[in-house]
Design a protein around this ligand. Sequence first.
Ligand SMILES: Cc1cc2nc3c(=O)[nH]c(=O)nc-3n(C[C@H](O)[C@H](O)[C@H](O)COP(=O)(O)OP(=O)(O)OC[C@H]3O[C@@H](n4cnc5c(N)ncnc54)[C@H](O)[C@@H]3O)c2cc1C
Length: 408
Amino acid sequence: MNKKHILVVGGGISGITTTVEIAEVGHNVTLVEKLPYLGGKVAQVNQYFPKLCPPYCGLEINFKRIKQNPRITLYTSSTVESISGSKGNFSVKIKKSPEYINDNCTACGDCSEVCPEERPNLFNYDLDKTKAVYMPHEMAFPWKYSIDDKYCKKESCNKCADVCKYDAVNLNAEEEQFEINVHSVVFATGWKPYDASKLETLGYDKYPNIITNVIMERTAAKNGPYSGEIKRPSDNKIPKTVAFVQCAGSRDENHLPYCSAVCCSASLKQALYINELYPETKIKIFYIDLRISGRNEDFLQKVQKRENIEMIKGKVAMINELSETNNLILEAEDIMSGRKVKEEVEMAVLATGIVPINPSISQLSIDEFGFLENIQEDGIYAAGCSKKPLDVSSSLKDATGMALKAIQ
Ligand SMILES: Cc1cc2nc3c(=O)[nH]c(=O)nc-3n(C[C@H](O)[C@H](O)[C@H](O)COP(=O)(O)OP(=O)(O)OC[C@H]3O[C@@H](n4cnc5c(N)ncnc54)[C@H](O)[C@@H]3O)c2cc1C
């Protein structure tokens, strides 16, 4: 076999899938991930549809495949700076952030215990804090601590290096830059949530009890800031009424003109796990139309049968707050009855959409919404949500297809 070397950029579920598929048929792969751990957004969900299992059901097996495969080279905390050359012979510049903690780390946690500095916990969307030397999350791969450059006082403190028994901490580590040569490149740089503060009439910036769908995932997660309890931010009370606001910014010419494909299923899933945890909590889902396909349709039927979950066909136009209670008043049009409705709830979840992440590489081709496009004739491909909004199972199919194209 004519062995090839392929670069995959982005270590979410799509990049991981492309990587293992390529390596397991015998080619070499370099996987570059900008964060200190793999898994992307899937690692942050509480449970994932359609089976409602924890995200690690799918990720862990892939981490094992990566660990066991000598044809995979993994660079975390790294980005691609530039690509030159052409199909079959690309030269790629990679930048790796300083590796303050090396692979000797056993994750014993002594460093974090003595660390005096704190940082916002990005994994939990800043809902809580970690030490400046931190484990990204409890199932992180690679399973080792990281240091946040912005908050660590380095050698003027040195407590983590002093306490480490395994010689794993080097506070003098420096950024590295190096080049590799590859035959083709797959970008799987994924997505970020739409900025809810741009939705002025929905009050996200003004009222504490309005959260977004991605924050709901971390709020509900057992390894999240509230250890699996769903609390509203203003007073840490378990909400007795929750509203979901579908298409918050999506299918709207002023924000995201496209449908993000996963928000309806994500809200149904979230309504279901709130209902399972707190059956007395009344949930209302305001939607334009429910866009659910494939196996997720069973899921819709399950939710529709639940007492205390109501679906209201109508777009929420405005959210205001009652200042004495911090409760929210949602104004919407109930399309089925033709009436304007005002609904008071204790917490609201904005189902914000998927915005592609652009890795800023000049050769990339980008569509009108910012999603990456395949440029097959140039040997550069896009996989998963970097190309269009997709759920996990569709991302896996796309990522496998891109593995084949990259090899060919
Ligand atoms: C609220 C919500 C809940 C969801 N729940 C579900 C669910 O239950 N079930 C389901 O099937 N789907 C769900 N989804 C969809 C799911 O999150 C996506 O299908 C999945 O994240 C796609 O994976 P990806 O690898 O394409 O992208 P991502 O998960 O975004 O991964 C991209 C990776 O690339 C890295 N990266 C980005 N830029 C660079 C760069 N320049 N250099 C190097 N690395 C980079 C990122 O750090 C990240 O690790 C949900 C979506 C939302 C909004």
